[in-house]
Design a binder for this molecule. Sequence first.
Ligand code: SF4
Ligand code: SF4
Length: 311
Amino acid sequence: MKSAATKNAQWIKEQALALGFLSCGISKAGFLEDEAPRLEHWLNTNQHGEMHYMENHFDKRLDPTLLVPGAKSVVSLTLNYYNSEKQTDPNAPKISQYAYGKDYHFVIKDKLKELLSRINNQIGAVDGRVFVDSAPVMDKVWAAKAGLGWIGKNSNLLSKQVGSFFFIAELILDLELESDHPVTDHCGSCTACIDACPTDAITSPYQVDGSKCISYFTIELKDALPTEFKGKMDDWMFGCDVCQDVCPWNKFSKPHEEPLFNPHPELLQMTSSDWTELTAETFQKVFKDSAVKRTKLEGLTRNIEFLKPVK
Ligand code: SF4
Ligand code: SF4
């Protein structure tokens, strides 16, 4: 006979898939012993750059039971955002495809809340919290522990079935659930991401210096972009997909089925000169509810200016 922990775990996974999540896996909540020295080294060597928020909540980052008292299980979920359509002008400044449509935080949070509500209706009073890239949770580590993929040399979570173009989110619950097992690493001798990174941010396999990454420069960095990286940005104005685009496992990516992730109809057609002449009106229109709003018009304009060659 199946235990309640097994039955509940299966039921939660079925509900997650019904809500449109790509995959769902479970791990036992507890201290991430192996991660503690890695996180400490990453912070001590300033690989987080100006992302000072990463220094906060060190203990909570490593132990979800400090974040959610009584936590017993971490339910990791992924949601596909792969878009087979790309920007049409090859000379236009580029946007990472995760930001094409509506801000994923809102889309995923709604789905997670619905999942938690279904759990409460089906299983009984379960205390839990939902997390989408918004609190100190090491989402890739938990997803890897739960068998949803392995953390590749480019530090993304990779799956043999679907590659890496997906978001990761969590439900942390005070409910005992059957845990899943990690999968093996399939990077092998490949170094495509390391070789292709325009700023050499992947300093060695599995080691990304966040303070050299184009995503950090174009989204997180509030100051002027460092001049030493001028000419090395590979035309990215918001985020960077290079280390995912070159990854052989992304041949298996399939287009997402979430209408809210579709770009504004004009976004992909905008030409290089449309971007150079970007107005507040167009910015509001094409990035309505988008994660790109985070940089505001001024930030995006700064990034576009930085891409121009020196005369
Ligand atoms: S996102 Fe771009 S800059 Fe950052 S590590 Fe990957 S390839 Fe390098
Ligand atoms: S490009 Fe190659 S080394 Fe990099 S993450 Fe993908 S499989 Fe691993």
